[in-house]
Design a protein around this ligand. Structure first.
Ligand code: PHB
Length: 396
């Protein structure tokens, strides 16, 4: 017989979406359980992207989920778009009165896990979900197996799939694990972490005939950089010298500060939006609901926007028996999701070089980049999307 656990909200996935939701619900006195098949160490050490929109930072700070985001994170007031070897700065405060923060996702996760555990939250790490059911009733359940083979049955009033792109909750919502709109890209990013001083104060997104590169940072001594590669590239096939040559060739005009490469990975690109975000008393948020290519830095920010919306809807449903916000959840969330899908696709296609690109394609792309940087309307469009649109119903 499984051990029965009763809670109000069963949250599958201890990533940014699941942990933040649990934190916000607790503030309203709504109890939840968070489970994840990964260990705490794995969650806290997986390297992910690092740009937080101003609204994301505000939610993390004001809810008490992370105060380090403002003290350890770095505010960035712009990015550089580089093409034809020339840099063009997009000044965020001047254009839209907002900024972004560079604060790596695994640091957000460390803060959220610490905050949840300090508040006495049940976070079940290394616990694998084996089933989700009765989502069409008001007593949905999740079954799971813990790391020491204990069988659990979690009886809840709502189930949330915040369990990433390989979501196990998704079939209970969409009817199949793949059910969604998606698009693949013919390129990926070769990412490195290296021990070196920053090569630039702000992020450089560089389009070059050899392909795209992104120069990002982590700290005074650790840097994060990416360059466009084949989706099937083997991260271990290149020597450090070859990696530095590839990066340097893609950012003409900047002399990169080099150093030992301490981590390397290949990130494949995919755009995905699930056909359904909600079925009865189960919803999908974050990467379980949608994935975006990393060029627009939207992934975690979109997850936070979903959760802000879902938190309000669950408060109304579970505290006041008001179904209006949960009934509107998918439609409202999808408006932002598709804007972010467009922005991520646009940044990706504008900056990368397809291997079958013709001379026409190359010149058209430079024409597009020029249209953006030489027009205040163009720069403002980019700055608005990059720094993030206001949250639905929230302060702008
Ligand atoms: C990163 O620093 O990892 C990063 C920054 C901006 C992006 C993607 C990744 O668009």
């Amino acid at each position: 017989m499984p051990r029965i656990i009763r809670t109000r909200v069963a949250i599958v996935g201890a990533g940014p979406a699941g942990l933040l939701l649990s934190h916000l619900l607790a503030d309203a006195g709504i109890e939840s359980i968070v489970l994840d098949r990964r260990s705490r160490t794995e969650i806290e050490s997986t390297i992910r992207a690092g740009i937080l929109e101003q609204e994301t930072v505000r939610v993390l700070d004001e809810s008490g989920a992370s105060d380090r985001v403002l003290t350890v994170g770095n505010r960035h007031d712009g990015i550089e778009l580089r093409f034809n070897g020339e840099g063009h700065r997009i000044d965020f405060p001047e254009l839209v009165g907002r900024s972004v923060w560079l604060y790596p996702q695994h640091e957000v996760l460390k803060d959220l896990i610490a905050a949840r555990l300090a508040a006495g939250q049940d976070v079940l790490f290394e616990t694998e979900v084996t089933g989700v059911g009765d989502v069409e009733t008001d007593r949905p359940w999740v079954t799971a197996t813990t790391s020491d083979d204990e069988e659990l049955r979690i009886e809840a009033e709502f189930v949330v799939g915040a369990d990433g792109s390989r979501s196990v909750v998704r079939p209970a919502v969409t009817g199949s694990s793949a059910g969604g709109h998606f698009r693949e890209y013919p390129f990926a990013w070769f990412g490195i972490l290296c021990e070196a001083p920053p090569s630039s104060d702000e992020l450089i997104y560089s389009n070059s005939p050899d392909g795209f590169a992104l120069i990002s940072q982590r700290s005074a001594t650790i840097q994060r950089m990416y360059f466009q590669c084949d989706p099937d590239a083997d991260p271990n096939a290149l020597s450090e010298a070859e990696i530095w040559n590839a990066l340097q060739a893609r950012v003409p005009g900047t002399s990169l500060a080099t150093g030992p490469i301490v981590q390397r990975d290949v990130l494949r690109f995919r755009s995905f939006v699930a056909h359904e975000l909600r079925h009865g008393r189960a919803v999908l948020v974050g990467d379980a609901a949608h994935t975006v290519p990393p060029t627009g830095a939207k992934g975690m920010n979109l997850a936070v926007a979903d959760v802000v919306l879902l938190d309000r809807a669950l408060r109304a449903l579970l505290l006041e028996n008001d179904t209006r916000l949960i009934d509107a959840f998918a439609e409202t969330a999808l408006k932002r999701i598709w804007k972010a899908q467009h922005f991520s696709w646009w940044m990706t296609s504008m900056l990368h070089t397809a291997s079958d690109a013709t001379e026409f394609d190359r010149r058209r792309q430079v024409g597009e980049l020029r249209s953006v940087v030489e027009s205040e309307a163009g720069r403002t469009f980019l700055a608005e999307a990059y720094t993030g649109w206001p949250h639905e119903g929230g302060a702008s």
